[in-house]
Design a protein around this ligand. Sequence first.
Ligand code: GLT
Ligand code: MN
Ligand code: MN
Length: 411
Amino acid sequence: MKPVLAKDQTALVDRLKGACGGAYTPAQRRKYFLTGPQWAAAYEGHALFHAPTRRPVGYEEVIREYAKIGIGHWTTHDTDVIPTDGLGNARQDEIVAGIAKALKENGLQCSMVTTETFHHAVWAGSPAAEAPEVREYAKWRLANTVRIGHELGASYAVYWPGSLGYFVQGAVEETETLRWYADGLNAACEADIAEAKKRGRPTLKHCLEAKPFEPQAEILLPTSDAMLAFIFSGLLKHPDMVGLNPEYLHELMWGSAVRAALARALLCGKLFHFDINDGYRLKHDVDIAVGLVNPLDWLNVLVLLRTHNYNGPFNLDYKPPRTTSNYGVFAVSFPTAVDRFITLWEMAGEVSADPVIKEASEALRAGGGGNPKDVEGIVEANRELLTLHELISHRIFQILVGQHRGRAYSV
Ligand code: GLT
Ligand code: MN
Ligand code: MN
């Protein structure tokens, strides 16, 4: 086989991407509340055992490329764009002004801001560490991010307390640490209330994001359910301002049914924001792009969200694989991820409207008309009806692969 020379490779990628078809236009993509993280596009492919494979990318390029694709919103950590020693001083003002300009020029909005409380050495003992100065600094960082959010027009703030935990046991007292963590969130909410008032804007929606493992060995708030308990624990001064940002893969990582985790958040009125990606059960946080591993499960997740009129952001929190080039990140990775999401979302609409599923679901809810006082009679009255569970599941598979529209295979 003839080698494909470097100079011919992008043309090949473009041609094969075109041959895939099925792409939506930027205008169509902009109709969905899709948000693109700075850190996802700028991820250089590095990990504990992996050297980077891509060159660094700044916010100007990310915002410009997201705009071209049709991703209408941008999200960031404070230190994705501002060096730690530039936070809260003139350097921050200069960068934030530059971001506001880039967003405006490209027709994008900043939807969410988040504070990096896991990477820098100051967080070695977590943002709720024993030393009061660490906690005071954490409060200042959270309040500073809230102010940046208001300045950029954001509506959401996310908190991933991944460093809230430990490697070795006994030194960290869990209840004390969780109280201190609540103090940090309370400070963020109070700063938000003051800033929102000053600017005549609504307060932000503060969203907690759980991940069961990484980077600590043991995590104090490992799941969305643990976070719901924390929100309603009485430790928060403004529990109404605080909800969840579940991540699809983070729920799968501990073995949850993602749909069930989301359902519990919906019942509590706390599904504020949703990180969309994919991966494998009971493994580490591989952050694969949406729909590449579990498309059927994803379809079911979106049916639930559509049914409950979820209208918050879908944040593309995944990592383009390190085999994808800088060019590929924007030419292939993001547009195809967005298009799979849109396809699955529209397909979820077809599931809800499907006559077979509708009739079967209604029949199941009507029941078989058995006498509630006759246990054997109830079983008999429902025996044939319950076969519809499996039929519904088969029908959803057919919708996923297009068989409901007559797609056939020669056998
Ligand atoms: C980090 C984490 C993500 C979170 C980010 C928000 S940080 O990349 O793995 O899942 O959404 O802070
Ligand atoms: Mn996430
Ligand atoms: Mn993740």
